[in-house]
Ligand binder design. Structure first.
Ligand SMILES: [Zn+2]
Length: 248
């Protein structure tokens, strides 16, 4: 079963690549069919098998020989691994599907933010809508609490929004990400998510400054830190926070 989940993740990761590449260029994610980014040659199914095509084509376009970024198979394998991680933690449950979907949105948001330093509302809003649908399903199937998710979204809105207004330390897009995570995570995991993201964002920032890749005044996209924070929170939020605070 684990292998099937991993393969599903890889295949979906291949679609995420299309989203990450096309959404900032305002291209449709459905049409035209996949083509080489440099020679525009239309790609056949043999060129599009996730990971394997990359390996067999030795990372080059079959038609023009242009190098294909290692990021394509990277995103595919990453998606597979992240889904595998959720499966290990939650099994094949309602949570698996819910957090699996959140992870897909976060991968796309984080990588587009990394590329463009912009958070795209056209990705975040459908994500928030998906989270609301999961919350309603949870209410119907398991009599879950809707308030839990409303509160979580508000926590994200006020904490990240507050820091944004007071210090300018976040971008407006980061507030949207925090709300997105809230509707999926519920209030408890949302708090863990914010704490863990602060730690990760700080660590990444300090590392980049020490490595002299960035200076203190450079703008650093925080989407990736928030995405990692959300994933770590949903995988091991409680245990980690208890350990860090010495309470557990
Ligand atoms: Zn080509």
């Amino acid at each position: 079963m684990s292998l099937i989940i991993f393969i599903y993740g890889i295949v979906i990761g291949s679609f995420l690549n299309v989203c990450i590449y096309r959404i900032p260029n305002e291209e449709s994610i459905v049409l035209p069919p996949s083509h080489c980014g440099s020679c525009n040659h239309r790609l056949g199914w043999l060129d599009l098998v996730p990971v394997l095509s990359y390996v067999f084509l030795k990372g080059k376009c079959r038609y023009c020989g242009q190098k294909i970024s290692l990021r394509y198979p990277g995103v595919e394998v990453l998606t597979g691994l992240l889904w595998f991680g959720i499966y290990l933690r939650y099994g094949l449950t309602f949570e698996f599907f819910k957090y699996g979907v959140l992870t897909l949105f976060l991968i796309v948001i984080a990588l587009i933010d990394y590329d463009t330093t912009d958070v795209y509302s056209c990705v975040v809003y459908p994500g928030i809508a998906a989270g609301i649908i999961f919350a309603i399903l949870e209410r119907i199937i398991y009599s879950g609490s809707l308030i839990n998710y409303v509160v979580a979204a508000l926590i994200g809105l006020f904490i990240i929004g507050g820091i944004y207004i007071l210090t300018g330390g976040f971008g407006a897009g980061d507030i949207e990400i925090a709300v997105l995570c809230g509707v999926f995570l519920g209030w408890k995991l949302e708090i863990y998510f914010i704490l863990i993201s602060f730690i990760i964002g700080g660590a990444i920032g300090i590392t980049l400054i020490l490595m002299k890749k960035k200076s203190k005044t450079d703008y650093m996209p925080l989407g990736p830190s928030l995405a990692i924070g959300a994933y770590v929170a949903l995988l091991m939020g409680e245990t980690l926070i208890l350990k860090l605070t010495g309470l557990g």
